[in-house]
Design a protein. Sequence first.
Length: 226
Amino acid sequence: MRTKGGNGQSRVIPACRDVRRGGILRQRVGDDSTWIRTFSRMRPDVRKNSWARVALRAAGADSGRTVASLGIVGVILERLQAAGLTLPDLPVAGGNYLPFRVVGSLVFLPGTISSWNGEVRFRGKVGADLTVEQGYEAARLCALNLLANLQAAIGDLDRVRQVVTVNGYVNCVPGFAASPKVINGASDLLVEVFGDAGRHVRAAVGVAGLPLDAAVEVQMTVEIAP
C-alpha cells in the first residue's frame, strides 16, 4: 500500500497488506500490537473500511486527517444515505459552551434543538401547537444535528462503539404524558443507524419551554474507539 506522508511525499507501508475474505476487507499489520488491539475491538460491520486508518497511522498523519479525506464513505454514512438522510450543517452554539467535549473514550455532546442548517423547525408546544407525531420528527431532527456535531468531533462516525446516554426535553403543555413517545424519534434513529450499539439509557422529560420555542432538545453521550 502506498500513501502520503506528512511532507507530501509518497511512501510505502510494508507492514500493511489487504486481504479480501468473504467480501470484507481485513488487515495484517505486522507487529503493530496497539493497532491490532484497536482493530479487534471494532464492530465487525465497520472493519471493512479500517484499512484507511491503518494508512493514516502508518503515514504519521495528523488528527485532522480522516477516512473521508481519502475518499472513503464510512459504514454509518452509507446507512444514513441508504435511509435517504443527510447530516445538516453544524448547529451554532446558542450560548457560552462547547459543541463537544472528549474525555478519554467518551464524547459529551450538548443539548441540540430541532433545527436544520440554523433554521428552527417544529416550533411550539407538543400537545397544543404540534402533535406527538410532529414531536417525534423534531426529535429525529435533533439526533441528526447531534450526529453532525459528533462527526466534527471525531472525524469518522464508524469510530462510535456505543451510544451511552440520551436526554430528551419536550416543550409541551402541562400534564403532557407522551414525552417518551416523542423522544423515541431520536432513539429510533440512533438504533437505525448504529444497530445495537445505538441502544442507550435515556431520560425523556416534559418542560415548560425550550430555546427559540423549539419543540424538542436532545443531548447525547457516546463511547468511541481510539
